[in-house]
Design a protein around this ligand. Structure first.
Ligand code: 5GP
Length: 203
């Protein structure tokens, strides 16, 4: 509360507060390579703590429950919302599924003075900004729009309709760049991961 006796100055608990870990939120258009950057970052920084979202979508081949996502049914997801267990949640890809961020593990991690990383969609990044103003919002940009189109269509696993929807979402998300604190251009996954590491550790 502003002006409350004994409360720290507003600026003291901002992004530079060393007593708490830094919360870094990674967002950017679909297909920009966020998960590749995170995978590379894990090699550079194996002790990185990364939030595991809950999701109602189906598990994809190669995904591990509890590592990539916590896969839950719609009823369990409803319960988590009702009991306030999610810091934020969103309908993803026009409502094909819902994904959300469990609150408690993040708070525990930050209170122990260690950094935490969230990978979210734009809506999620905005919700975290509102719930935790100290969070550092990092936008991952493609080297160019054409490159992003190649990446989105090059996966070859989704229908034309799904790709079109992803491109539309990507356009909206690119327009949100000014809302972010900083950006990383993902021209090279190793350099992007290194830049992210510097942001996490405050280097
Ligand atoms: P996918 O379902 O393909 O893994 O991810 C689709 C989108 O959901 C991605 O843009 C990803 O960043 C976003 N996403 C994953 N987990 C969460 C979450 O917990 N909250 C929100 N708001 N978005 C998420």
């Amino acid at each position: 509360m502003p002006g409350h006796a004994g409360a720290p100055e507003r600026g003291a608990s901002r992004k530079g507060d060393a007593s708490k870990g830094r919360l870094v939120v990674l967002a950017g258009p679909s297909g920009v390579g966020k998960s590749s950057i995170v995978a590379e970052l894990r090699k550079l920084y194996p002790e990185l703590w990364f939030s595991v979202s809950a999701t109602t979508r189906e598990q994809r081949p190669g995904e591990v429950d509890g590592r990539d996502y916590r896969f839950v049914g719609p009823a369990e997801f409803d319960r988590m919302i009702a009991e306030g267990e999610l810091l934020e949640w969103a309908d993803i890809h026009s409502g094909t599924h819902r994904s959300g961020t469990p609150r408690q593990p993040i708070e525990e991690r930050l209170n122990s003075g260690e950094p935490a990383l969230l990978e979210l969609d734009l809506q999620g990044a905005r919700s975290v900004r509102a719930a935790m103003p100290d969070a550092l919002l990092v936008f991952i940009n493609p080297p160019s729009w054409d490159e992003l189109v190649v990446r989105l269509t090059g996966r070859g696993t989704e229908s034309e309709e799904v790709v079109a929807r992803r491109l539309a979402t990507a356009r909206e998300e690119l327009a949100a760049r000014p809302e972010f604190d900083t950006e990383i251009v993902n021209a090279d996954v190793h350099s992007a991961a290194q830049e992210l590491l510097d942001l996490l550790t405050g280097a």
